[in-house]
Design a protein around this ligand. Structure first.
Ligand code: FAD
Ligand code: AMP
Length: 479
């Protein structure tokens, strides 16, 4: 192997592999170093997202949702079944197959585009040199015109709940259970805690989520968060707010969890405990002392809006830099950096990054929340439409939730869209496109939507901003 590349990418998660493929497409000689190994010790591409994050969690969310549909809701639509049961090892095996197919797909994409995949650890040295230590073999020093750092993030661990082999686990361990725990504790009712809690609740666990904050989903629109909390509690998730975990102790095959709430110190016993208290940037072993790349005060690699570090021609993208820890945000940053290296001038629009929680109904949003607009004193109008009034949602027996659109009171420009409902993850893309094109609520209202679709709820909410949604009685009498 030659030791000189146009671009070396460290990390083959979504941020890194998008950057590497785009660099190769643009004609650059590109290598991508990644150190991840699967359970059998094989090198795997795709990072957290494909191996231990987005994809396996969605495989289990979709499977467990289908189980609930079959066991609880099929009868409502006239389908009789016998007793429906779950085969957890089979569900896990299928999830693993999905992951394998996709990580293998990244490998094929690398081959097809001419990206050199290097299995092992990468470390940035001074002068855009990269020390590569393969899983087997000698360490070597590679040189590059440009280096892109994409090492991602790892779960936060907290002293009150140290991880064990199989009883106190992080999100990765929670995707590997081979049987349904009778009682499951989850520390943290954020996105990951809610998704994993939902999987096991649907499969039959009694799930208790212990959340230190008093407020539920503070980053979501208040009304959507309030409605979500009610629905999720209705599904059996025991979400306890204002509850700070102070200790967790393994007692035989159980875990004793101690926490503080408004009534003082409490104790519960669970069969498994998931620690889902957030993720932190991962930079261990990544930087030599003299490489010149700096960290910010929270341990993220310091970059400007264009993902450039303090060292010329060295960039950083994905979870390891500021901004939401989301796969698609990292992908867009990876592509932006590749194209900038090639002399193009793309930007990432950080004001239009969609967020999704894949519960059922799903929660998705983009742009500003109503509480943010109130706090900044901006005048706005609201249009909202419930899925209970959508013909398609009724036909599909899936009517919980609302679409809410916030638009500037003067210009009607869309400032935020918040959806709780079926397929919110898909619907939010329409709002992102509208916001990318600086659309007004009226622009969406004037657009023709196919009938009957869930998307019509977005259309009606847009009409509702001006007070003339068709399928609900309008209280505002605007024209
Ligand atoms: P990563 O995916 O973490 O990849 C970094 C890679 O770099 C890893 O393979 C790592 O081994 C490698 N690496 C690190 N340091 C080195 C080094 N020095 N040398 C060589 N290799 C190195 N996001 C969403 O947008 N949607 C979701 O639905 C979603 N669901 C999630 C569910 C769970 C359970 C979890 C844990 C996360 C989820 N996320 C989701 C977050 C998403 O996984 C991350 O935002 C995304 O993976 C970040 O991409 P990345 O490329 O920055 O880093
Ligand atoms: P997220 O960052 O979205 O993954 O959410 C993680 C959640 O875990 C946050 O809402 C934190 O408030 C919560 N959290 C962190 N530490 C604790 C703790 N010791 N007990 C309960 N909740 C916690």
């Amino acid at each position: 192997m030659s030791d000189m590349f146009d671009v070396i990418v460290i990390g083959a998660g979504p941020a890194g592999y998008h950057a590497a493929i785009r660099c190769a497409q643009l004609g650059m000689k590109t290598a991508c170093i990644d150190k991840s190994l699967d359970d059998d010790g094989n090198a795997v591409l795709g990072g957290t997202c494909l191996n231990w994050g987005c994809i396996p969690s969605k495989a289990l969310l979709d499977a467990s949702h289908k189980f609930v549909e079959a066991s609880e809701h099929f009868a409502e639509i006239g389908i009789k079944t016998g007793k429906v049961s779950v085969d957890v090892p089979a569900m896990m095996a299928r999830k693993d197959q999905v992951v394998k197919g996709l990580t293998g797909g990244v490998s094929s994409l690398f081959q097809g585009n001419g990206v050199t995949a290097l299995a092992g650890s990468g470390k940035l040295l001074a002068g855009r040199q990269v020390e590569f230590t393969p899983h087997t073999g000698e360490t070597q020093v590679l040189k590059a015109e440009h280096v892109i750092l994409a090492p991602g993030s790892v779960p936060v661990e907290i002293p009150p709940a140290p991880l064990t082999d199989d009883l106190i686990v992080d999100s990765t361990g929670a995707l590997e259970f081979q049987e349904v725990p009778k009682k499951l504790g989850v520390i943290g009712a954020g996105v990951i805690g809610l998704e994993l809690g939902s999987v096991w609740n649907r499969l039959g666990s009694e799930v208790v989520l212990l959340e230190a904050l008093e407020e539920f989903l503070p980053m979501a629109d208040e009304r959507i968060a309030r409605d979500s909390l009610k629905i999720m509690r209705g599904q059996g998730l025991d979400i306890r707010l204002g509850t700070r975990v102070t200790g967790a102790e393994v007692m035989g095959k159980k875990v004793k969890v101690t926490f503080q709430d408004k009534d003082g110190e409490q104790v519960i016993e669970v069969d498994k405990l998931i620690v889902a208290v957030g993720r932190r940037p991962y930079t261990e072993g990544l930087l030599s002392r003299d490489c010149g790349v700096n960290l910010d005060e929270r341990g993220f690699l310091y970059v400007n809006d264009l993902c450039a570090t303090d060292v010329p021609n060295v960039y950083a993208v994905g979870d390891v830099v500021r901004g939401p820890m989301l796969a698609h945000k990292g992908m867009e940053e990876g592509i932006m950096v590749a194209e900038r290296i090639a002399g193009q001038k793309p930007l990432v629009n950080y004001d239009a990054v969609p967020s999704v929680i894949y519960t059922h109904p799903e929660v998705a949003w983009v742009g500003q929340t109503e509480q943010q607009l109130k706090a900044s004193g901006e005048a706005y109008n609201v249009g909202a439409f419930p899925f209970a009034a959508s013909g398609r949602a009724l036909a599909a027996n899936d009517t919980q939730g609302t679409v809410k659109i916030l638009a500037d009171a003067e210009t009607d420009r869309i400032l935020g869209v918040h959806i709780l409902g079926p397929q919110a993850s898909e619907l939010i893309a329409q709002a992102v496109i509208a916001m990318e094109f600086d659309a007004s609520a009226d622009d969406l209202g004037l657009t023709m939507f196919a009938h009957p679709t869930l998307s019509e709820a977005l259309h009606e909410a847009a009409l509702g901003v001006a007070g003339h949604a068709i399928h609900m009685v309008n209280r505002k009498k605007r024209q």
